[in-house]
Design a protein around this ligand. Structure first.
Ligand code: NDP
Length: 442
């Protein structure tokens, strides 16, 4: 059942999320990243909406060509080039891997080759930038708004296709979820793991590529623009590129682990993931770099080092917390966490066909500090990205505000799901680990 609050939130997002993205990007393009000035102009009557719209770059053939080539290239890398990185990179898990058991009891196989796609794409990018010069490394920045229209077209097309597919030709009918509410189903998705053919998995493809592979390229394009405009790249831009680069590389290095995260294990594929991965992620997760093109902040050494340390500590917590759970679950608790045997709570749950399963919830390591300390690390890293931009404008801080809302909401959503799954065992767990994100506070 869809409660009124969920429905209201969904309608709000469907109507306003595309406008929010447009507003942010337009503010940078026309108002030097000020979020207030466009409003003042409109309220004071200095400008009409049509003036702003008329100054907005439209869809161009060039942008459509770039975007089509980009997505097609990522599809080719995903579908046609089996992973070879796991053959020579020690510790890297790639190639064919299994996902978690779905509610209908299906175990999907995935070709994990995201790291390879990222490496090939970036090698070609640098080869072009330093050797071939087929296109300018500022190409992404220079076509940013026309590309936004392309990303929207793909985001809406893929979400609509996923909805139709869910009704008429689902990959696994037993894993479909119909609430009967059109907007909810469109937004949150019907199919669990829509696929075309054996290997083209919508969730894995759209979550990781084209959005996350593009993330680091977008930042590189911003750095190139700074170089072009000011003759140098600021230390803040380097920090954004390095910290976000680590996060992106971490994602691809751990792509097999990613199969066990909420996105893949529990979320259905609808507009939330389809449009979100095509538009929201590449446009709003990269706002710091975009801001720094308009406001090239040069941080003093102490601030730069402080931000770097915050970002690295955040990343360490994020990675170690995720690693601890992964290790714990993979070894069924037969491992060492911080040099000791992990403590845990035994729990059980029932799948839809009535089969009883057993599981364990760890209560030691970072998982004994708070129930989602991985989110806390993620938030520290997010704050570090924002701080690189100084305090002149609020726009770059959108990311930390958004991540706080996203991860707090995700935490609640996950806990609600875990409570439905584990019942009284979940209560025992929350009694043993009483805090969600910040020990002693929340
Ligand atoms: P988690 O990796 O925290 O997974 C939550 C699941 O883990 C629960 O549903 C439960 O699943 C299991 N679990 C919960 N508590 C325990 C425990 N104590 N011991 C063992 N298993 C437990 O959540 P996400 O998938 O949301 O996040 C993965 C990472 O991705 C996080 O670090 C997050 O910060 C990051 N992320 C980043 C986003 C971004 O946009 N940058 C967006 C979303 C996530 P089960 O049913 O198996 O028991």
């Amino acid at each position: 059942e869809v409660d009124w609050f969920s429905l209201a939130s969904i309608l709000f997002l469907l109507m306003f999320a595309p406008l929010i993205v447009y507003y942010f990007i337009m503010s940078c393009d026309q108002y030097q990243c000020s979020l207030i000035d466009p409003l003042i102009d409109l309220l004071m009557g200095n400008k009409h909406l049509s003036d702003i719209w008329n100054k907005t770059p439209m869809l161009t053939y060039k942008a459509a060509g770039i975007y089509t080539l980009w997505v097609a290239f990522q599809v080719v890398l995903y579908v046609f080039i089996p992973d070879f990185c796991h053959k020579f990179l020690p510790g890297y898990v790639g190639g064919v891997q299994e996902g978690a058991v779905t509610p209908a009891g299906i175990v999907n196989k995935y070709e994990i080759n995201g790291l390879q796609a990222w490496i090939i794409t970036h090698v070609l990018w640098f080869a072009n930038a330093y050797y071939f010069h087929f296109f300018s490394p500022t190409i992404i920045f220079d076509n940013w708004i026309p590309l936004l229209w392309c990303a929207n077209i793909l985001g809406y097309a893929v979400s609509t296709f996923a909805m139709i597919k869910g009704y008429f030709f689902p990959t696994n009918a037993k894993d479909c979820k119909f609430t009967g509410n059109f907007f909810y189903d469109y937004m949150m998705g019907i199919e669990f793991n829509p696929r075309i053919g054996k290997w083209f998995d919508f969730k894995l493809f759209f979550n990781g590529r084209p959005g996350i592979v593009a993330w680091t390229l977008i930042n590189l394009s911003y750095a190139a623009k700074q170089q072009e405009l000011y003759g140098q790249v600021t230390n803040s831009m380097i920090l954004v590129n390095v910290l976000q680069g680590i996060y992106v590389l971490d994602f691809f290095w751990n792509e097999a682990w990613y199969l066990k995260t909420i996105d893949i294990c529990h979320d259905h594929f609808g507009w939330y993931l389809g449009w979100g991965d095509c538009v929201w992620l590449p446009y709003l997760y990269t706002l710091q770099g975009l801001y720094l093109v308009y406001h090239p902040v040069q941080l003093c050494t102490a601030n730069a080092i402080g931000i770097l340390i915050l970002g690295l500590i955040g990343y360490y917590i994020f990675r170690m917390t995720n690693h601890q759970k992964d290790l714990f679950r993979r070894t069924n608790g037969n491992c060492k966490i911080w040099g000791k045997k992990p403590e845990y709570i035994e729990c059980s749950y029932m799948s839809v066909d009535g089969t009883k399963y057993h599981s364990k919830l760890m209560t030691s390591g970072f998982w004994g500090w708070a129930r989602h300390f991985n989110y806390t690390g993620d938030l520290m890293g997010s704050l570090a990205y924002c701080l690189t931009c100084g305090f002149e404008h609020v726009l770059p801080y959108f990311y930390i505000v958004y991540m706080t809302i996203l991860l707090t909401h995700r935490c609640m959503r996950d806990e609600h799901r875990c409570f439905s799954k584990y019942g009284k065992d979940w209560k025992r767990y929350t009694a043993a680990v009483p805090y969600r994100l910040i020990p002693g506070i929340f």
